[in-house]
Design a protein around this ligand. Structure first.
Ligand code: BGC
Length: 836
């Protein structure tokens, strides 16, 4: 419900929850009634009778507006799942093959409902990946379910409403299992194949049917299922999928299929004792991308160009002779001769032979007319697809499409400006963010697909300004807690099969444990994740403190992939140590842990003092050697003593000018430099850096045709050269903060109160940022006029804003024709300020 009147806010609320919608209208059969509560809160935790598994709850919200008048609201509902392990009826099953068997297994069972069906739900948990079918049709539109977890510690199950998939009489359930990260058969330097949980994929399924008479039947996985190998003769989440259409068994997942040749299954132990609901936006084939150009080399070789770099899959439609072998090689780059070039991304693949080529699907035709192939258990990073056939085939631009796949998080942010480079950069940043969101944030969708912790937190603000990503981060923090050593240490990559507990897995990367939940709290006002992580943050900070010397630590990797200058490792690692201790102290205060608050705020102060004592020269206002990363990190993370702040910021501005108005940073500096400038009086310089179109800088990639962010500033570099990395992606969030000025008020997080501090930077005539937060859509839009600037603002109902409008010289600020101060507190509504 939208109340866009000026000053709109919620005076009171009342929440009613019940199991019957009609009763709820009559206010009977209530399981929770909050009563009328006189406040404007919107994050309310259910506080009624214990919720029951498999039960649907209806809830009705009553609201009173700013004048105390009741507002019309609609009824909504939610349904509980298994809730506990003890509610599963099925047994985990698999086929009788071992981990090295290549083909993916099919499973099937036929059943017939005993009575009239009222509703039906399918619950499926898998170690590996699954596709679920009922009566020949795929259930749902998720891809690559379930998401990657430490399979020996936590397994995810997915719930579906399958009422409309069932019929009276015979029904067939079909399940196809893929390897995913559970049974990694491809070889790479990351030891994916050495995972301690590795085994042949397995699943457990409960199909719960409620009849019209209220009785319930559960059709479940168990020893009456049958299995057979599928035409997917090889599947690797990391490399590709191979499919032999000659092995298709038409109708395998329908009731009438003759399965007399199929074999019995084997019963398996559950992979872990923690099987929980997958509560997150699933991966989908979100965008279908048509081919932009096709080049035919000869009648067996074609190269397709999607015109943009994506993560996902391609789908080919082709006619050919039976036994024709088609290879589809996916690449981000082309050689000068027009063929696909994998040399920037296949470097960590360690194939034992030719049978598992990188990012190359293999499709063997059955010769029965037009055939279609799209991999089910793999994804890739690519712009080009080279199709190589063993026999002549005829292809056109329409023969292939790309699907941009990612965790399908709703978009909540938008940038539009008078500089097309800025708009393209914003878009490219989001493309890289989404390309690297597959149930957990990854570094790149091709070479590694690793949940590199650092990359995850460098990108978190950009992610949350642009997408409603909370569920992915909640899940990823669960992965963190599963991985954490008893001594507090976290691996570099999460989840991990074991790789990443080396020496560089320190604060600049693994501070995800504190930084991610803190940002979720700031963006959503929701402290649940911070609370869930509290003990983990504490043991992490304690570990770093124990191993530090004089409150300084070298536990870290350093400013990775810098342009040219390097920064002191002890300095950069200690800054993140401070960040963690500071977040921990603030969390302790928030949760009322007074002793922790005193202890960790004192620790944070000691770390800060130690950094300043060793690395700061108060006379000159220089940190370390005075390079961009060193100066900007101190400003961004509040290390600089207040009195020296401006001097350090001015030094940074001077450094940037001395560097030819170009960045000279790696990942740590890229996170800090734009904010450090725009927060401290140098927004024009920040904008010049952000929009710089010559080397080195973000814009240099864009003018060279990039549609995603790269891993290396130097486009001629010979290592660390993926073309789809998110680790330099803070710029996408900075646009909202540094130019649009939409900022979080730590004292009233979740945009309850918005700080609006736009910068009318030189070189731009117009800039517009909008972000839909928990209260609704915030708009901050400015445009130069003949006389000055027009600044347009929208503040959603039930929230407020503290506006600070930059004025230069004798400029005056007007609102509704009246001159006002350039700082003003406003309530909900639309405001048009004029600067003259
Ligand atoms: C990854 C990075 C990661 C880095 C850490 C690289 O191979 O792609 O994004 O953060 O290693 O060293």
């Amino acid at each position: 419900m939208l109340d866009n009147r000026k000053g709109a806010f919620q005076q009171a609320y009342r929440i009613l929850v019940g199991t019957d919608s009609i009763q709820l209208i009559n206010k009977t059969g209530i399981v929770w009634d909050s009563g009328k509560v006189l406040n404007s809160n919107s994050l309310i935790t259910y506080n009624g009778a214990a919720l029951r598994p498999f039960t649907k709850y209806y809830w009705q919200l009553a609201l009173w507006d700013k004048d105390g008048k009741p507002l019309q609201t609609t009824m909504a509902n939610f349904e509980m799942g298994m809730m506990g392990m003890e509610n599963w009826k099925g047994t985990w099953i698999s086929d009788r093959n071992d981990v090295n068997t290549m083909p993916a297994p099919y499973f099937r069972k036929v059943f017939s409902p005993a009575k009239q069906i009222k509703s039906a739900r399918a619950y499926i948990a898998a170690a590996g990946l699954y596709e679920l079918y009922l009566n020949g049709k795929k259930v749902g539109d998720h891809r690559l379910d379930p998401m990657y977890t430490r399979f020996d510690r936590r397994n995810l199950y997915v719930s579906y409403d399958v009422t409309s998939n069932l019929k009276q009489g015979n029904n067939a359930i079909g399940v196809l299992l893929g390897n995913g990260w559970y049974n990694h058969q491809s070889l790479a330097v990351w030891n994916f194949d050495k995972a301690p949980w590795r085994a042949r994929p397995t699943f457990c399924l409960d199909l719960r049917i409620t009849y019209t008479d209220g009785t319930v039947d559960v059709i479940k996985s168990g020893d009456d299922w049958k299995t057979s190998l599928s035409p997917i003769i090889s599947n690797s989440i990391y490399t590709a999928e191979h499919y032999d259409a000659r092995l298709e068994q038409k109708g395998w997942n329908t009731a009438d299929f003759d399965d007399s040749k199929w074999r019995g299954i084997t019963l398996r132990a559950a992979p872990s004792k923690n099987i929980v609901s997958q509560v997150m936006h699933p991966i989908r084939n979100v965008e279908e991308i048509a081919v932009k150009t096709m080049r035919k080399f000869n009648d067996t070789t074609y190269v397709f160009n999607l015109g943009r770099n994506i993560a996902g899959v391609s789908k080919i439609k082709v006619k050919g002779e039976k036994g024709t072998v088609i290879r589809l090689r996916h690449a981000e780059r082309l050689y000068a001769n027009g063929h696909t070039d994998l040399s920037n991304i296949d470097v960590y693949h360690r194939p034992k032979d030719q049978s598992d080529p990188f990012q190359t699907d293999i499709f063997i035709l059955n010769g029965e007319g037009e055939e279609t192939f799209m991999p089910l258990f793999n994804y890739k990073g690519f712009q080009y697809v080279e199709v190589m056939s063993s026999k002549p085939i005829v292809l056109s631009e329409k023969s292939l499409v790309g699907y941009f796949m990612h965790s399908d998080v709703p978009a909540v942010g938008k940038i539009a400006s008078s500089n097309s480079l800025v708009d393209k950069l914003w878009w490219a940043t989001n493309n890289s963010y989404l390309s690297n969101l597959y149930g957990f944030p990854t570094d790149c969708p091709q070479r590694e697909k690793n949940g590199w912790t650092g990359d995850g937190h460098f990108a978190v603000e950009t992610g949350l300004y642009n997408f409603d990503g909370i569920t992915v981060y909640e899940k990823w923090m669960g992965d963190h807690r599963d991985e954490q050593q008893p001594n507090g240490v976290l691996p570099d990559i999460i989840p991990t099969s074991g790789w990443g507990y080396g020496t560089a897995n320190g604060t600049d990367w693994t501070s995800t444990i504190a930084i991610i939940p803190w940002n979720i709290y700031l963006f959503y006002g929701d402290s649940k994740l911070l609370g869930d992580n509290y003990q983990s943050i504490k043991s992490y900070v304690d570990y770093v403190e124990d191993t530090s010397k004089g409150y300084l630590t070298t536990f870290g990797r350093g400013d990775w992939v810098p342009v040219k200058s390097t920064s002191d490792l002890e300095y950069t690692s200690s800054v993140y140590f401070y960040v963690d201790a500071d977040i921990l102290a603030k969390a302790a205060k928030l949760f009322g842990h007074q002793n922790d608050y005193l202890q960790y705020s004192a620790l944070a102060e000691k770390i800060k003092n130690a950094i300043n004592a060793k690395f700061f020269n108060p006379a000159t206002g220089i940190y370390g050697k005075g390079v961009q990363t060193e100066l900007s990190m101190a400003l961004q993370w509040n290390i600089v003593p207040d009195a020296s702040r401006q001097m350090v910021a001015d030094n940074l501005a001077a450094r940037v000018k001395a560097d030819g108005m170009h960045i000279d940073v790696g990942v740590l500096g890229a996170k800090a430099v734009l904010n450090a400038l725009s927060d401290n009086g140098h927004s024009d310089i920040a904008y010049q850096l952000a929009s710089q179109d010559t080397y080195p800088g973000w814009g240099w990639w864009i003018v060279n045709g990039a549609t995603t962010l790269h891993e290396n500033w130097d486009m001629q570099a010979t290592r660390d050269i993926s073309d789809n990395h998110m680790m330099f992606g803070e710029i996408g969030g900075w646009f909202f903060k540094g130019i649009g000025g939409i900022k979080i008020d730590e004292k009233q997080p979740g945009f309850k109160n918005i700080l609006l501090k736009p910068h009318f930077v030189k070189g731009l005539n117009h800039f517009e940022a909008s972000h839909t937060g928990p209260y609704g859509a915030i708009l901050s839009s400015w445009k130069r006029t003949t006389k000055g600037v027009k600044y347009d603002v929208v503040i959603p109902a039930n929230s407020t804003a503290s506006v600070e409008i930059p004025v230069i010289g004798g400029t005056k600020v007007y609102l509704d024709g009246k001159q006002i101060s350039n700082t003003i507190n406003i309530s909900a509504g639309r405001y048009v300020f004029e600067l003259k």
